[in-house]
Design a protein around this ligand. Structure first.
Ligand code: ADE
Ligand code: ZN
Length: 362
């Protein structure tokens, strides 16, 4: 695999605390992040309080998640929680509020570039205005970008189990907003009920329209869906893809086609895929030569953030500065930034990595 970047002489980082400070100072990229999954309990409370509706129900639901430590029995249970939160977003101004909060959180972690997934399919399913919603969130992002060093791009995501026509409708809107920082089309939701073969033509159309294509796939233990997704959809990145660890042929496909994985450690624990994070195959896939990036998926619904995910990788897999740098570089390379943007980002990353721990070079 190409190393786009000479390895910097990184400071001796002698304690977990200074490693965390060093990670904080790195300008970071996040690629797998759902807007609706980023809504913090406090914002849910605020939304219901301001509207004077569903206050008790919202509070009870939040308490339940807190008691369960934001763990869900399985992916289906989690997807239901995602749906409930999405239902509390009732207007473009609700979406604008949660976007503002997400961007504040990203900026506070020194995330400098994010590709945020908007569940366009869910907005259509709710019969809300997708153009109205996107206008609202993209306006927030534009304003935020003018005052903070954070660049946002958008991915429009369709719901697999809603089928082909639905996905094509989402694609139509993604195409419409291509000039407005919508860079990619993707599918999420239930892999079993929405197999890749349904979306082969839609993905070809998306590529013809000049959109990047990604897909959630292999977010479970069955690699068959990943085979299909890679062959039929030709995604440029795969969300999760951990099922690859069970099939050397899929690993070979990922390597041959240089398809990066968007790994989300806490997400996979919280949806019950692994009891213990030490059983997660991220390191195995890394060792097998797969390009791995680290992400949060739905940070509020899993009570995590990107810095926590990096800290987890250091604790669980023994990742040190060199591996953290590789993760950051992988995310730059796997992103849909322009080549110029990537070059500038690499330089900033390199400068921050080699500066004194805890002192980013903005
Ligand atoms: N939508 C939001 N989070 C998701 C996940 N982890 N898998 C599939 N669809 C999703
Ligand atoms: Zn996801």
């Amino acid at each position: 695999m190409r190393d786009p970047f000479p390895r910097p002489a990184i400071h001796d980082i002698d304690s977990a605390q200074s490693l965390e400070a060093w990670i904080h100072a790195l300008p970071k990229v996040e690629l797998h992040l759902h807007l609706e999954g980023s809504v913090q309990p406090e914002t849910l409370r605020e939304l219901s309080r301001v509207k004077g509706r569903l206050e008790r129900e919202t509070e009870a639901w939040i308490r339940q998640q807190e008691e369960r430590n934001f763990r869900y029995g399985n992916l289906a249970e989690f997807l239901n929680a995602f749906k409930l939160v999405s239902l509390l977003l009732e207007s473009p101004s609700d979406y604008a509020l949660v976007t503002e909060r997400l961007l504040q959180s990203l900026a506070a972690q020194n995330v400098r570039y994010a590709e945020i997934t908007l569940s366009a399919g869910v907005i259509l399913w709710k019969r809300q205005s997708l153009p109205g919603t996107f206008e609202a969130v993209s306006e927030v992002a534009r304003r935020f970008e003018s005052v903070a060093p954070l660049k946002v791009r958008w991915i429009f995501d369709a719901v697999r189990q809603f089928g082909t026509d639905h996905a094509r409708e989402v694609l139509g809107w993604a195409r419409m907003f291509r000039g407005r920082d919508v860079v990619a089309f993707g599918i999420g939701g239930d892999e079993e009920r929405g197999p890749a073969e349904l979306f082969k033509d839609v993905y070809q159309e998306a590529r013809n329209d000049g959109l990047h294509c990604i897909a959630h796939a292999g977010e479970g233990h069955n690699p068959a869906g990943m085979h299909q997704a890679i062959r039929l959809l030709k995604p440029e990145r795969i969300g999760h893809g951990i099922a690859a660890a069970r099939d050397p042929e899929v690993v070979q496909l990922l390597r041959d086609h240089e398809i990066p994985l968007e790994i989300c450690l806490t997400s996979n624990i919280s949806t019950g895929l692994f009891k213990d994070v030490r059983d997660h195959p991220m390191k195995q896939l890394w060792d097998a030569g797969v390009r791995v990036t680290l992400n949060t998926d739905d940070p509020a619904l899993f009570a995590t953030n990107l810095e926590d995910e990096f800290a987890l990788a250091t604790r669980v897999f023994g990742f040190g500065p060199a591996e953290i740098m590789t993760l950051c570089q992988n995310a730059i390379e796997a992103s849909f930034m322009t080549e110029n943007e990537k070059r500038e980002f690499r330089t900033r990353l390199y400068q921050a990595a080699c500066g004194p721990p805890g002192q980013a070079n903005p």
